[in-house]
Write a protein that binds this ligand. Structure first.
Ligand SMILES: [Zn+2]
Ligand SMILES: [Zn+2]
Ligand SMILES: [Zn+2]
Length: 110
């Protein structure tokens, strides 16, 4: 299980229309606090987190997405759903490097 860790960094960009997804392992978890109870609000992620091969990926661990991601009731109440795109961006440095590679070569301009 990918347990949330203080080092984890959320993307926080302006969410678009894309719905966050979770893999089999992370299914049912709140994307912010890992709670498994009271899923409340559907998660929306930013366009960049749904770009190309990221599309349909688990926003917690990057695995194959099988279900929609939700914020739990508590995080919704604390308005953590308004903090922006909740995808974890520093899971593996390699993925971030890849992202910047793309930017550098101008392939990320949609
Ligand atoms: Zn939560
Ligand atoms: Zn994002
Ligand atoms: Zn996952």
């Amino acid at each position: 299980m990918a347990r949330h860790h203080p080092d984890l960094i959320f993307c926080r960009k302006q969410p678009g229309i894309a719905i966050g997804r979770l893999c089999e392992k992370c299914d049912g978890k709140c994307v912010i606090c890992d709670s498994l109870v009271r899923p409340k609000k559907l998660v929306r992620i930013c366009d960049e987190c749904n770009y190309g091969s990221y599309q349909g990926r688990c926003i917690i661990c990057g695995g194959k997405g099988v279900s929609d991601a939700y914020y739990c009731e508590e995080c919704t109440m604390q308005q953590k759903d308004r903090d922006g795109c909740p995808k974890i961006v520093n899971l593996g440095q390699a993925r971030i490097d890849l992202f910047y590679e793309r930017k550098k070569y101008g392939l990320n301009n949609g």
